[in-house]
Structures are given as structure tokens and as C-alpha cells.
Design a binder for this molecule. Sequence first.
Ligand code: 5RP
Length: 257
Amino acid sequence: MDWGMKNRISRIIKPETGRAVMLAVDHGYFLGPTTGLEEPRKIIAELLPYADSLMLTRGILRTSVDPKSSIPIVLRVSGGNSIIGDDLSNEAITVSVKDAIRLNVSAVALSIYVGGKYEHQTLKNLATLISECEEYGIPVLAVTAVGKDMARDAKYLSLSCRIAAELGAHMVKTYYCEDFQKVVKSCPVPVVIAGGKKIPEKEALELAYNAVREGAAGVDMGRNIFQSPNPVAMIKAVRSIVHENVRPEKAYKSLKL
Ligand code: 5RP
């Protein structure tokens, strides 16, 4: 792995703790103005100081993030579908690597749908993207999206994460599940977890705590932060868990909910 690749990864997974608090605000690429992301510029400005990196789309980066910001960017480069379309797994690569470089990103992110109708297409997208990104030292975060008929269990998530790693992904984003440590153990690259749909804050903090305790390199969380009544307090609480191993009960108390 060359210097550039290592340097970019270190902007996302912090060397001081070996962990990452990635704020995910890319949901609009298929959900549109979803709750909490109606005004992206506002919520991003509020949360930016507490995130290690920001996962978002090209359009929101260009329109809603101050170019003077030093926040490392993880650019969503797959898409081409919508929540009202026929199949969310029908994704393409939607941003060129050249444009990602122009946007000075630290990594790119692409979804795969193992077991979905368009499984082959999305795995081919990942392989193509990785081959091109390797040339420029840009790390690729594979997002293991879960097809609607798939169970989010360790068997399925281990399969998805391992396939992504075998294809050459540098980091993988998946979901927390029972026996999560098995998912981490069988994936040879760092794994971060998405928060998934909004759940009570206490449960979301327990999820983050259990995930890092079982070997996750951190979180790439969105809805459980920006849909919380106090998103700043929530991202701070998540941060305390990920980077300081604060227990979830204590982190929850800091929310004063
Ligand atoms: C959906 C995504 C999000 O980046 C990912 O799901 C993390 O967000 P959340 O914590 O809200 O699930 O890939 O577009």
C-alpha cells in the first residue's frame, strides 16, 4: 500500500485510537430530502466539528460543505436508483475517479448487494472502482447494503464483507448483528458499522459500544445522529464511546434526554 493510500486511510481511521467516527449524510442519493437532511448545509455545519470524516454525495459536497473545511471526505460514488424505483440494488458507478480526485476526497464509497437481483452488477462496480482507485491511492469503502429478502445475520454479513474484502475493498461498512465478532474476524480489512434506521438513543449507543468492543473500527452513522432530538449531543456521545471507550450508560446520561 503506497504512502498516499495509507495517508488517506489515516484521515478516516484515526491512528491515535485506530477508530473512526464517520458521519453519513449520503442518504439523499436515493431517499431525497429524508427526515433530518432537509437542509444539509445546516445539519452538516452543526455536526462537522465532531466527525472524523463525512460520507456524502458529490452534489451535497459541492453545495453544502465549506471548501475551506479540513474534514476528510468519503464520497458516495454509486447510485442511480430511488426508494420508489423497482429495485434498490440496481446501482451504477455515478462519479468518475477523476472527479473524486478533483473534489480532493480521502476515500470513495460504493454499495454492493450480495444476494440481490443485481448482485453481479454491484460486485463488478466495486471491482472496477477498486482497480481504478488503486492507480491514484484512493481507498474504497464497500457498503454492504442488505437486499430486502436478506437477514442481517452474521452468516450473511460475513459473506458480504468477505466478498468485498476479497475484491480489494480497503474498508467495509456493514451492520451490527449477533455474533458480530465473527463478521470482524473473517474480514481482513477494517469494518465500520452503519446505525441503520432510527432507534432509541440508548439502543444506538449500546450498538456502537458493542460493535467497537467486538472489533469494529468505528461507526459510519447517519440517521441515529441527525434524526436525534439533539444531534450534536448524540454525535458527541457516539464519539466518547468510539474514541474513549465510554460505557453506553454514561454516554446516554450526557444526552440528558
Ligand atoms: C445509506 C447509507 C448510509 O451511509 C449508511 O446506511 C449509514 O447511515 P445510517 O447510520 O443512517 O444507516 O449507505 O445511504
